[in-house]
Design a protein around this ligand. Structure first.
Ligand code: GDP
Ligand code: IMO
Ligand code: MG
Length: 428
């Protein structure tokens, strides 16, 4: 039975949460397999607006089992806060399962994230400051703390002390900060034991059994292809694999389990944080997209950098993820533009590149080669069928599909649940 992936094609905030919500109760399990509370997924249901950072968006659909699998880094204070807030709004959170192998984000990861960014000065990544990078660094360095360690106080204490021995030297001697007390970290982690006990399990086995039982499993990526640690614009990336391969290592389901790869892509491009962005706009067009699209970060509130659609990036994402379907979001934001430029290739020092350049430094100097498409002035937020869209909007979608490496199966025309034009069923 199907395991389906939803990931982002660009630099995040494409509307992945919204796309998850679109599949609703046709899904039995929704799995967050990478990242942590650096994500910010907004879902609008009627009058209610939900902003989820750590929990997968599928938690909002009654009957769905949400899973936080081994590839995630979990800030337990955030987990508790999000569960309480959703519970308070009447969302049933009782089915949540958390992997015993997931790593935890502790106070020292949050502190290190902030001080290292400050130390980098002009070279900073512009992280969300949530401790993501330092927590993954500890995982790779084999000095991380896993959820299961919380259930063995002796081991937990040993591991926290070992991790802090080095980190406190760095904090005090290099960054001129206070040392962090191992006792305080241990006490804090132990305080979540009761909350965690009913949730913690072998989520790999849980998902394997779900597949055996013909259940539908949906993987919801945090971040996106261009923020992927391996395939993104390194070092201006996050510290996990947000691409399709990450769903396998991050969950314990084998790679061939994935039968459908849905990539969410905006009808233009945005980015938060630092790093190269060839189609970025610094003029009134950028302000137009930011204002019309309300492009301000869900997690940090930062204004998002805005630019035109980048077709080589779409093709790259299609290839890296094996995309079967694109969900094109925020088409409504483009209404009112006379013409809409689309980047079809890059010019790097006089040479035309149809694909992403091999070298990051070339990418920093890539100048977009644009093709212009005629815009439309009609309000399209009420469109529900392809035929409801103005001819120029239809032509824009067809043109993007041709140059993006996979079919476009749904088009967002507004943030609300029903504001979508479905062209192909996303699960059948
Ligand atoms: P995610 O991180 O990929 O889940 O995306 P975010 O939630 O951070 O950002 C996407 C934003 O766009 C949210 O505020 C959504 O409510 C909104 N959104 C999603 N699809 C559409 C759409 O088709 N049109 C408009 N106008 N807004 C949309
Ligand atoms: P969703 O899931 C957009 C960016 C940060 C920064 C870089 C590294 O909502 O699409 P990190 O804190 O992860 O070490 O920061 O990655 N970033 C995101 N940008 N959407 C996200 O998540 C992001 N998560 C991280 O701005 O540039
Ligand atoms: Mg987001």
């Amino acid at each position: 039975m199907p395991a389906v992936l939803i990931t982002g094609a660009q630099w995040g905030d494409e509307g992945k949460g919204r796309a998850t919500d679109l599949l609703g109760s046709r899904v039995d399990y929704v799995v967050k397999f990478n990242g942590g509370n650096n994500a910010g997924h907004t879902v609008v249901v009627g009058e209610e607006k939900y902003a989820l950072h750590l929990l997968p968006s599928g938690i909002l659909t009654p009957g769905v089992t949400p899973v936080i699998s081994n590839g995630v880094v979990v800030d337990l204070e955030v987990l508790k806060g999000e569960l309480e807030a959703l519970g308070g709004r009447g969302v049933d959170v009782s089915r949540l399962k958390v992997s015993a192998n997931a790593h935890v984000i502790t106070a020292y990861h949050r502190t290190l994230d902030k001080v290292t960014e400050r130390f980098l000065g002009k070279r900073q990544i512009g992280t969300t400051g949530r401790g993501i990078g330092p927590a993954y660094a500890d995982k790779i360095n084999r000095v991380g703390i896993r959820i299961q360690d919380i259930f063995d106080e002796g081991i937990l204490r040993q591991k926290v002390e070992a991790a802090l021995e080095f980190k406190n030297q760095v904090l005090v001697k290099i960054y001129n900060r206070r040392a962090i007390s191992a006792d305080e970290v241990v006490e804090d982690l132990l305080s979540y034991r009761e909350m965690l006990a009913p949730m913690v399990c072998d989520t790999g086995l849980l998902l394997h059994n779900a597949m055996e039982d013909n259940k539908t499993v949906l993987f919801e990526a945090g971040q996106a292809t261009m923020l992927d640690i391996d395939h993104g614009t390194y070092p201006f990336v996050t510290s996990s694999n947000a691409t399709a391969g990450g769903a396998s290592t991050g969950s314990g389901l084998p790679p061939h389990a994935l039968t459908r790869v849905i990539s969410v892509i905006k009808a233009y491009t945005t980015r938060v944080g630092a790093g190269p962005f060839p189609t970025e706009l610094f003029d009134e067009s950028g302000d137009f997209l930011r204002k019309q699209g309300f492009e301000f970060g869900t997690t940090t509130g930062r204004p998002r950098r805005c630019g035109w659609y980048d077709a080589p990036m779409a093709r790259f994402s299609a290839r890296i993820n094996g995309v079967t379907d694109f969900v094109l979001t925020k088409l409504d934001v483009l209404s009112g533009l006379e013409t809409i430029p689309v980047c079809v290739a890059y010019d790097v020092n006089g040479v035309r590149h149809e694909e992403m350049p091999v070298n990051q430094s070339d990418y920093h100097h890539a100048v977009p080669i644009y093709e212009e498409f005629p815009g439309w002035t009609e309000d399209i937020t009420g469109a529900r069928k392809f035929e409801d869209l103005p001819q120029n909007a239809q032509d824009y979608i067809v043109a993007l599909e041709k140059m993006s490496g996979s079919r476009i199966s749904a088009v967002g025309v507004g943030p609300e649940r029903e504001q979508v034009v479905v062209l192909h069923d996303l699960l059948d």
